[in-house]
Design a protein around this ligand. Structure first.
Ligand SMILES: *Cc1c(COP(=O)(O)O)cnc(C)c1O
Length: 403
């Protein structure tokens, strides 16, 4: 069997443009490709591999569950799902959990729950969903339409009705749209995909007050910010603003697909038997891995390590910038960090990513102007230093190539 990147073009739907190399193995924050070349992974599978690659605790949980029980469907419950739900309820504002397989599905459930509850309580008119321009909530048709990026939602025919968009971090813009017909306001505490833009505390607090005033549910999409990414289990904890519904995925499973919607018991009751579901949601394999991930991440050592590593990364990026002067701004929380390119390099994040790959480094973009880092939450100092050294060389090569 000899497979290569060119097989992607031959056999796969062309909706992705994967890198030229093919990873075959990972350990911690290092990955090796088919040629045996080693990479430092500061991309973390897009903020997913929160404990790096093949973390022994997750391998053990997956192996043990793999030898015990894989799948039973929601016609039955199972112990790993119950254990994970209990952990998440104990650790957060929430009293009830719903499990699914991805971030988009968690948001789909959150939006359906909010509309269902609002309509049951107040009638059909109360179904409006408000979301920020440039937000990202997943790729199902409902969630792309709620996400305020026409490039993802255009060209698929008629959209679901009742969705409107406000400017992120602009309370006046939200206040101008929200009314008594609003069922839900959905917000990323840090906009991840569109540039690693943190919300201000005033904005989230103001959104909470506006939702209370108009009887709308506040949904925090913590798919990217959740599970320790910001140095807190969920970002809402640092902001001190509590949503009615919270969605989690990405780092939740540490690399095994799982999503969760968390809410209060008062709200949860509107998803009564038969109103919503998914065959795989709460699958024992996924829940066993996520349960081990939550137990490992939700500790002072790991969360404190994220905050400490944040300062080291920012210092490292500042040192790179002192040498090369390419970044206008560094921002983010914990280990979700964006470095925005100066105007003269706007649109060229992709070129830096390509140079990084040549230097043995995996990093991400967040839009065309921002280099994004979302590494393992337990990345070692040595791996981080080596990754930053490679980024320094990649930036130098990028500048040299421009002449
Ligand atoms: C990645 C992401 C999603 C979508 O998650 P999928 O697992 O790809 O469906 C939704 N919201 C936010 C904030 C994300 O970062």
């Amino acid at each position: 069997m000899s497979l290569s990147r060119s097989d992607f073009d031959q056999y796969m739907v062309p909706n992705y443009a994967p890198a030229a190399f093919v990873p075959v193995r990972g350990a911690g924050s290092r990955v090796w490709d088919q040629e045996g070349r080693e990479y430092i992974d500061l991309a973390g599978g897009i903020a997913v591999n929160a404990l790096g690659h093949c973390h022994p605790v997750l391998v053990k949980a997956l192996t043990e569950q793999g030898n015990t029980l894989w799948h039973v469907s929601n016609v039955f419950t199972n112990e790993p799902a119950l254990a994970l739900a209990e952990q998440l309820v104990d650790a957060t504002f929430a009293e009830r959990a719903f499990f699914c397989n991805s971030g988009a599905e968690a948001n789909e459930a959150a939006l359906k729950l909010a509309r269902r509850a609002a309509i049951e309580l107040h009638g059909e008119r109360k179904h409006k969903v408000l979301s920020a321009y440039n937000s990202f909530h997943g790729r199902t048709f409902f969630t792309v339409c709620v996400g305020g990026q026409p490039k993802y939602s255009d060209g698929f025919g008629p959209r679901p009705a009742g969705i409107e968009h406000f400017d992120y971090n602009d309370l006046d813009s939200l206040a101008a749209l929200i009314d008594d017909d609003t069922a839900a306001v959905i917000i990323e505490p840090i906009q991840g995909e569109s540039g690693v833009l943190p919300a201000s505390r005033e904005f989230l607090l103001g959104a909470r007050q506006l939702c209370d005033k108009h009887g709308a549910y506040l949904i925090f999409d913590e798919v990217q910010t959740g599970m320790g990414r910001t140095g807190h289990l969920y970002a809402y904890m640092e902001y001190g603003v509590v949503p009615d519904i919270l969605t989690s995925a990405k780092s939740l499973g540490g690399g095994f697909p799982i999503g969760a919607m968390l809410t209060t018991s008062a709200l949860a009751k509107y998803l009564a038997v038969g109103t919503h579901g998914t065959t795989y949601g709460g699958n024992p394999l996924a829940c066993a891995v996520a349960s081990a991930a939550v137990a490992t991440i939700n500790t002072p050592e790991v969360l404190g390590g994220v905050l400490r590593q944040h300062d080291r990364v920012i210092a490292g990026l500042e040192a790179i910038n002192a040498r090369h002067g390419v970044f206008a701004e560094m921002r983010g929380r914990g280990l979700l960090i964006g470095a925005e390119l100066k105007a003269e390099y706007a649109g060229q994040a992709r070129e830096i990513l390509a140079q990084a790959a040549l230097q043995g480094l995996m990093v991400l973009m967040a839009g065309p102007n921002v280099i994004r880092l979302a590494p393992s939450l337990v990345v070692t100092d040595a791996d981080m230093d080596e990754g930053l050294a490679r980024l320094d060389r990649a930036v130098a090569a990028f500048l040299a190539a421009r002449g």
